[in-house]
Design a protein around this ligand. Structure first.
Ligand SMILES: CC(C)(COP(=O)(O)OP(=O)(O)OC[C@H]1O[C@@H](n2cnc3c(N)ncnc32)[C@H](O)[C@@H]1OP(=O)(O)O)[C@@H](O)C(=O)NCCC(=O)NCCS
Length: 178
């Protein structure tokens, strides 16, 4: 399958091993991770391991990942993670959207543009029936993306995770294939 996606301003393409330097630069930025599940990378080996696991997850239908590229450089990653195809006799075809964009490039609509294209690709090409997404209640930038993409809130989860000693609520959304 061809995973390359072209949008008005962006190229979205799967990560490759040669992205290690640019992704290390971006993923070592401590401004990015306030609400994310990971900590800033402190050595390039960590980034290489992450790239390898992203590539493997795609090969095993466990997750799909796209480097978000402007004309000049990689600026973030948008993913469809935690793929669930079945539970025993049930068909699920469900995945979760996640995204981050380097602080230098935030506020320009890139996450919205890339996420919209990835959601469309997921429904059209990857046979997903439902895409879910969650954001920390205080993460208003992420909330705005969920709303603009037409996701519907279905749950408010109290104390969903603890990061740096603080408990955060999560708001959960879903979008079903039309
Ligand atoms: C959430 C995130 C991906 C948004 O990326 P982005 O490319 O800036 O998003 P967009 O430009 O498409 O805009 C999304 C909304 O955030 C707002 N926004 C973005 N940066 C902002 C800033 N610095 N201050 C205030 N609002 C901001 C935009 O105005 C927009 O809202 P609007 O359409 O209501 O005006 C980015 O902030 C990020 O990577 N954050 C850290 C990682 C993270 O939290 N990921 C999400 C986990 S659920």
């Amino acid at each position: 399958m061809n995973y390359f996606i072209h949008t008005e301003r962006l190229l979205l393409r799967p990560p490759v091993k040669d992205d290690d330097k640019v992704l290390y630069e971006l993923m070592s930025d401590d401004r990015l991770i306030k609400f994310l599940t990971w900590e800033p990378h402190t050595n390039i080996e960590t980034t290489r391991n992450v790239i390898n696991s992203l590539i493997a997850s795609q090969q095993n239908d466990k997750g799909y990942h796209w480097c978000v590229c402007t004309k000049d450089k990689v600026i973030g990653i948008v993913s469809l993670i935690d793929v669930k195809r079945t539970i025993r006799t049930w068909t699920l075809n469900r995945t979760e959207l996640s995204y981050w964009i380097s602080p230098e490039f935030q506020g320009k609509g890139y996450a919205t543009e890339a996420s919209k294209a990835v959601v469309e690709f997921g429904f059209k090409n990857l046979n997903f029936h439902k895409i879910i997404v969650a954001h920390a209640a205080q993460n208003i930038e992420s909330k705005s993306i969920c709303n603009k993409l037409g996701f519907e809130q279905y749950a408010y989860e109290h104390d969903a995770f603890n990061k740096a000693g603080i408990w955060h609520d999560l708001i959960w959304y879903e979008l079903i294939k039309k």
